[in-house]
Ligand binder design. Structure first.
Ligand SMILES: [Fe+2]
Length: 200
């Protein structure tokens, strides 16, 4: 499965309930510049499972939770993959568990607007990004990726499959091994709030 947007999966009251629930949870302090709160989808009695499991099962069918978090970011992420395995592509590949079946990332935006954008590339952590660069630049604008200054010459040449503008109610799902990047929302003084989960 490549990246795909599922619209109107969540209602405005679901988003309010998510924000309200996590507002009272402590920061797990696992990352700089990011408030990370434990997302306990592996517990069937948990709020997150109760709210989301039926909706995700309708989309994906049976699925196994690997890891995830409620996040509030004040800095955008540069180009990376959330692969469950470490590959040699670029240094910012993150390493997680080793189980694999669906191997997907699921993003649930809790804020929306044109400033919040995730770009997914036709590039996977198993591939060498140097070989994926195209002769002509893609549609990305350099001013939206000021946080990726050192990656820009490559970023601007990678083949894009999705430029996803965040909308509340959506679920945005992509292959966990696929490279993606956030646009620079921080230059507008905004904070990005979302749920991210990975299914094995
Ligand atoms: Fe990511």
């Amino acid at each position: 499965m490549s990246s795909r947007i599922f619209q109107n999966v969540l209602q405005p009251e679901d988003i309010s309930a998510i924000l309200e629930f996590y507002q009272h949870k402590p920061d797990a302090k696992t990352e700089s510049y990011v408030i990370n709160k434990n997302f306990e989808y592996h517990i069937p009695e948990d709020f997150s499972y109760q709210l989301l499991h039926g909706k995700i099962e309708k989309i994906l069918g049976p699925h196994e939770f690997d890891t995830g978090a409620y996040k509030e970011c004040i800095k955008p992420y540069p180009l990376h993959s959330d692969s469950p395995e470490t590959h040699s592509g670029i240094e910012s590949v993150m390493s997680f568990g080793t189980k694999k079946n669906l191997n997907l990332a699921i993003l649930i935006p809790l804020v929306e607007g044109d400033e919040f954008c995730t770009v997914v590339f036709d590039c996977y952590s198993t591939q060498d990004l140097k070989n994926k660069q195209q002769p002509t630049p893609n549609q990305l604008k350099q001013q939206d990726f000021g946080h990726c200054a050192n990656q820009w010459p490559m970023l601007n040449r990678l083949p894009i499959v999705d430029v996803y503008h965040w909308r509340v109610g959506d679920m945005f799902i992509w292959d966990r091994q696929q490279y993606h990047v956030s646009a620079d929302f921080a230059r507008y003084g905004l904070v990005k709030k979302f749920l991210i989960m990975f299914v094995a």
